[in-house]
Design a protein around this ligand. Structure first.
Ligand SMILES: Nc1ncnc2c1ncn2[C@@H]1O[C@H](COP(=O)(O)OP(=O)(O)OP(=O)(O)O)[C@@H](O)[C@H]1O
Ligand SMILES: [Mg+2]
Length: 203
């Protein structure tokens, strides 16, 4: 079966083979080898673990098919378009409400995504979240607030014409669905005052 490169991200190459996606975290030669191996291995295992949990709760994310090698993850191919490419042309408020609701579901299951951008969401029949390499389990208001703040930063930079309305819709939906949402949103105000948070994957 033909293996086709579909994306090259900051830390991984994504291939489509046999209608499955292979996510290969490639070596970073500028990192010390031992640290690089450990980091790639850790992120791959963590992503696998979160995907399994998401499957168990029925959250729309790729199913884990295989995690046999340290740096390779084989996952379900989610057909559709990246939210990044369609947000402007579609009913962005409706999409963003759905995004807010889905973030609330993640948080209610103590999952922090860690990289909530519109490049990590795919619209199929509903919105699927992908790219859980920076995700972790936490119940802290601080971690949830930073997650929401990253969504805001991503919207601001990639969708600067519509970001305000989008973010408001996402937050309104989040408020309705999330447990302890008033605590998280209060925390978000504190986080906003402190400045930038985007985790640097390349580092
Ligand atoms: N399960 C999937 N089904 C379909 N496409 C996918 C899937 N997983 C990843 N992709 C595609 O590959 C791209 C990169 O994947 P991913 O975000 O997981 O890797 P990444 O290295 O973190 O990339 P980036 O640094 O761009 O965020 C996605 O934006 C998407 O276009
Ligand atoms: Mg990504």
């Amino acid at each position: 079966m033909l293996k086709k490169l579909i994306a090259q991200g900051a830390e991984a190459k994504l291939f489509l083979e046999d209608n499955k996606v292979i996510k290969n975290r490639f070596k970073k030669s500028y990192r010390i080898k031992e640290i690089d191996d450990r980091l790639r291995n850790f992120r791959t295992r963590r992503e696998a673990k979160i995907l399994q949990k998401l499957q168990a709760i029925g959250f729309p994310a790729p199913k884990l098919i295989r995690n046999d090698e340290k740096e390779n993850l084989v996952i379900e191919n989610i057909g559709g378009k990246l939210i990044k490419d369609i947000l402007e042309k579609n009913n962005c408020k409706k999409l963003c409400s759905e995004i807010g609701t889905k973030i609330a579901i993640l948080h209610n299951n103590i999952i922090i995504h860690g990289d909530l951008t519109t490049s990590n969401m795919i619209l199929n029949k509903q919105i699927y979240f992908i790219d859980f390499g920076l995700s972790f389990f936490s119940e802290k208001a601080e971690d949830k607030a930073v997650d929401l703040h990253l969504l805001k930063e991503g919207l601001e930079s990639k969708h600067y014409k519509i970001w305000e309305g989008c973010f408001k819709c996402a937050l309104d939906a989040y408020r309705k669905e999330a447990n302890k949402s008033s605590e998280t949103l209060k925390r978000l105000e504190i986080v906003e005052k402190r400045g930038r948070y985007r985790a640097r994957k390349g580092s």
